[in-house]
Design a protein around this ligand. Structure first.
Ligand SMILES: [Zn+2]
Ligand SMILES: [Zn+2]
Length: 334
């Protein structure tokens, strides 16, 4: 504990506000975003640890009976954080089912590496000011005005940094590995604590990174709420007699049992085989839209088989082709 006090430049027995103030002050100087010293990261970490340890020790001491804390009035409101950053993260339907680890690129401004954030490039010897060509004055709507670039001197020993255009900032890219849990779909949000914008005061935590999920379009699968839809062509004959039917699925192919029925386009529903449950939302259903297909290009052998089948069906036309039988009795009967 002695080290922690020393690190923050505090006397033993420092109060909570004193500890916080000392940390804030030092953190401004040592925050790695502001301090290029290679030891800054380590030192900043040590400062934060000292700060946390001292506050934790205070809390232990306070858990006894202490009627009124003298510094209660100085206590800060919940700590302010930096702004949140919002980005879109596209995932495939397969990833929505199985979860995924995605690489996410975060671009954020950081001090220009060329000028160290000053936005200025320094000359070793003064040069004639470029904008005013040494006159110290510039023509404007109001006549001649003082040149700001050289403050009217006509010469200058700096100019805007060519690397950052004088802004003092450059865009730094950071890559994050993000774990996407199964069951995320369009407009769901993943929140990564502390990966948002830094607070102006480095003693405060940065904001969060909010990743809005977007489902990439898929050639086969569609989404309706948490239901998963797909069209499946099926032999019209198979639709009549039913049987096992293999179905592609984002989590791997599966076989479902097709009920015998009409060879008309119809839907088949597999409960809870849609988008996985997430939080309070239950899993959706898998909806297979069956599209009947009639055989094409029969050869001689197949023609014979179909001929046989057709005759067989004709013998009980009332049962097998009720509409057809009705039509024929209406229009062809003697
Ligand atoms: Zn000038
Ligand atoms: Zn620069």
């Amino acid at each position: 504990m002695h080290d922690a006090h020393q690190l923050l430049g505090l006397q033993p027995g420092a109060t909570r506000p004193q500890i916080k103030r000392a940390f804030r002050h030092l953190a401004m100087r040592w925050h790695p975003d502001r301090n290029a010293d290679p030891h800054a990261v380590e030192h900043f970490k040590a400062l934060r640890q000292a700060h946390d340890a001292l506050l934790a020790a205070l809390l232990d001491g306070e858990s006894g009976i202490e009627p009124a804390r003298p510094d209660a009035a100085e206590e800060e409101a919940p700590p302010a954080r930096g702004a949140d950053r919002a980005q879109t993260l596209e995932i495939s339907v397969e990833e929505a089912f199985l979860g995924a680890v995605k690489d996410v690129c975060v671009r954020s401004p950081q001090p220009c590496s060329q000028c160290g954030g000053s936005g200025l490039e320094r000359f070793s010897v003064s040069r004639l000011c470029e904008p005013c060509r040494g006159s110290g004055r510039l023509r404007s709507e109001n006549g001649l005005v003082r040149c700001n670039a050289c403050e009217g001197r006509g010469y200058s020993h700096t100019r805007a940094c060519a690397c950052c255009g004088g802004s003092g900032e450059e865009q730094a890219e950071r890559w994050l590995q993000v774990q996407v849990p199964p069951g995320m779909t369009d407009d769901d949000e993943l929140r990564l604590a502390g990966e948002g914008e830094p607070h102006a005061d480095p003693a405060h935590a940065p904001g969060d990174l909010r990743l809005r999920i977007r489902l990439a379009p898929h050639a086969l699968f569609r989404r309706d709420g948490r239901n998963l839809l797909l069209q499946r062509p099926v032999s019209a004959l198979r639709m009549l007699i039913g049987g096992p039917l293999p179905i592609p699925h984002p989590a791997g192919p599966r076989t479902v049992l097709l009920e015998p029925g009409l060879a008309h386009p119809r839907e088949m529903r597999v409960e809870a085989a849609g988008f996985p449950a997430r939080g309070s939302r239950p899993a959706g259903d898998l909806i297979v839209e069956l599209v009947p297909m009639l055989p094409q290009a029969p050869d001689a052998r197949l023609r014979a088989l179909i001929e046989q089948l057709e005759l067989e069906l004709r013998t009980e036309a009332d049962k097998h082709f009720p509409e057809l039988a009705q039509w024929e009795s209406d229009w062809l009967a003697d």
